[in-house]
Write a protein that binds this ligand. Structure first.
Ligand code: PLP
Length: 379
């Protein structure tokens, strides 16, 4: 029997080999100039990111979570404000709302895309005053999440938000590299947040994130909030902010990764295409709307036989994951909002049936064949 190489859920080592010379050169340059905080790589990265996404301003920061927090701070979100988002996302999307003392109002997802359902968003805004729990709240903003790498339906979301005077903050933590009607994720609302957590489509070797906007005034406030609310200089503080900077070393690493990123996006799409072709008779494969492309942060399928299929993968030594096993409205940290099981049936049903397969640009045809065979036969 030949010993099979352990398969990675996300293979960052093969990618590292592919970019090693550029990576080493860029890291060495930082070690040589020594500007570890806000060095020249930060400005170079921000210019490259803004140009890739197609917006005027990219403000790099310390994580995707801070990239969500900073725009909310810039808008002055606080107690008494209602912010609409879905319960079927990573905890950070709603956590930042609660950290500022505002109230998360959850809206269920579309069953096919897992993104916020626009008609349910409109209904939730209209119903805010009718529910005693939310009647005193002021609707302020929407945080649509581009789940698993596919953008939400921004034409409809932006129109609903505009009708009610709400801001839209795109959670593009998973969708950097995806598109909606020919525009890149990060450019789909007045402000957007992305993450460079290592496992994201564009991941660093540590934490990082960025905020995108075309709004000059907002960009200036975000840059101030990023450094303790600084004004004209470091010791002039005009508002409360955070220590939200990206490290220069992470910017250097991301610059090296950005060089191969377009190629990696294409490779991810090919991996997803092969999965869908091989698995469509076995599970519900992902739906991508005709006006969208996904960057496949996750390749997630639905099945009533999830437990059996996960066991088959486990027996074959293939890693899998569940994003997300428990929707946020049922998390203990959100119990104070008073939601109950059954409140968001589409999210709850997805949580019970979903699982994700290994997905990265360097997944070989052989490994993919192994994954498909294990799912189909348990061997
Ligand atoms: C990863 C993620 C975040 C948070 O990003 P971090 O860089 O880990 O702080 C926020 N929202 C979504 C949807 C995410 O997937």
């Amino acid at each position: 029997m030949t010993l099979k190489k352990r398969m990675d859920f996300i293979d960052l080592k093969t990618q590292q080999q592919a970019i090693m010379p550029s990576l080493q050169e860029r890291i060495q340059r930082v070690l040589d100039h020594g500007q570890y905080i806000m060095g020249p790589e930060i400005h170079e990265l921000e210019a490259r990111l803004a140009s890739y996404v197609g917006v005027k301003h990219a403000v790099s920061c310390s994580s995707g979570t801070d990239a969500l927090l900073m725009p909310l701070m810039a808008y002055g979100v606080g107690p008494g404000d209602a912010i609409f988002t879905t319960p079927f996302t990573f905890i950070a999307t709603a956590e930042v709302v609660e950290l500022l003392g505002a109230t998360t109002v959850f809206v269920d997802i579309d069953a096919r895309t897992f993104n916020i359902a626009p008609h349910l968003l409109a209904a939730a805004i209209a119903d805010l005053g009718k529910n005693p729990r939310t009647a005193s709240l002021r609707p302020r903003g929407v945080i649509p999440v581009d789940l698993f790498g596919q953008p939400a339906d921004y034409d409809r979301i932006n129109a609903i938000a505009a009708q009610h005077g709400l801001f839209v903050l795109e959670d593009a933590a998973q969708s950097f590299g995806g598109t909606y009607k020919g525009k890149r994720a990060g450019a789909l609302a007045e402000v957007a947040a992305t993450s460079f957590f290592p496992a994201k489509p564009l991941g660093g070797y540590g934490d990082g994130g960025a905020v995108f906007t075309d709004n000059d005034h907002l960009a200036e406030i975000l840059r101030s909030i990023r450094v303790h609310g600084q004004g004209t200089d470091r010791y002039d503080n005009v508002r409360l902010g955070i220590n939200g900077r990206l490290d220069t070393l992470q910017a250097a690493i991301l610059l090296a990764k950005l060089e191969v990123f377009p190629r990696e996006v294409a490779a991810r799409q090919e991996v997803a295409r092969r999965y869908s072709q091989a698995l469509e008779s076995l599970v519900e494969v992902p739906y991508v709307a005709p006006d969208c492309t996904s960057v496949w942060a996750q390749y997630s399928v639905l099945s009533d036989a999830r437990a059996l299929l996960l066991e088959r993968l486990k027996q074959a030594g293939i890693p899998a994951a569940i994003y997300y096993p428990k929707p946020i409205h049922l998390q203990a940290a959100f119990a104070h909002l008073g939601y109950q099981p059954g409140d968001f049936p589409v999210s709850e049903r997805a949580a019970a049936r979903i699982f994700s397969l290994p997905m990265h640009p360097y997944l070989t045809q052989d490994d993919q064949d192994r994954i498909v065979a294990a799912l189909k036969t348990g061997r």
